[in-house]
Design a protein around this ligand. Structure first.
Ligand SMILES: *[C@@H]1O[C@H](CO)[C@@H](O)[C@H](O)[C@H]1NC(C)=O
Length: 186
């Protein structure tokens, strides 16, 4: 009886983790759920890759500090409702929940209500994110498709393709242009 209860809990934990695509929830890294309320219609069919420039990090401790600092900056200085991107990816290869799959974020003017914005923490004009961080992002996308948050025929672009910005950085832009579902024009 006891063993089966433990097993049940374990199964539930694993299912929950899979359901959330291994993302570190905002309740964990910020101590509260997103303050956003505007719903994003799933499945979303556009993914926009960005970089944060600031907040490069490689350890869990530094990456949590970076996402907390970014959130404070977005709320206190930018006047956003909450942290801008849908997800943030650290050099530790962890993905942090921002607005998430189903809430409208603030990452790409004119596209917030129809896209998922994934921001790599750091500056990727001259260097690439860690291989594991790139892998984690691809896994996030596949997981999003398998849970119908993302359309299977989603399109992927870099931030610079729809805004006057250097984001996601020349080096990272070149990288994502080799990814499946990248499109030159949307
Ligand atoms: C997003 O907002 C634009 C401008 O307000 C609107 O025209 C468009 O229908 C919206 N798209 C979705 C998916 O809600």
């Amino acid at each position: 009886m006891r063993i089966s209860a433990v097993l049940l809990v374990l199964v539930k934990l694993c299912v929950a983790q899979d359901y959330e695509c291994g993302v570190v929830p905002m309740t964990q890294w910020a101590g509260q759920a997103s303050l956003r309320t505007e719903r994003l219609q799933n499945p979303v069919d556009l993914v926009i890759i960005q970089h944060s420039v600031y907040g490069a990090c490689n350890t869990d401790e530094d990456c949590e500090k970076a996402v907390r600092g970014t959130r404070r900056y977005h709320i206190d200085e930018e006047g956003f409702t909450d942290i801008g991107p849908s997800f943030l990816v650290g050099g530790n290869a962890k993905v942090y929940e921002g607005a998430g799959w189903s809430l409208v974020g603030a990452h790409t003017r004119h596209y917030n209500n129809c896209s998922i914005g994934i921001s790599f923490l750091g500056d990727f004009r001259k260097t690439l994110p860690a291989t594991e961080a790139l892998r984690a992002t691809k896994d996030l996308i596949y997981c999003g498709i398998s849970h119908n948050y993302l359309a299977h025929d989603y399109r992927l672009i870099g931030h610079e393709q729809v805004a006057n910005t250097e984001s996601p950085g020349t080096k990272l832009q070149k990288e994502i242009e080799t990814w499946s579902n990248w499109v030159e024009n949307i």
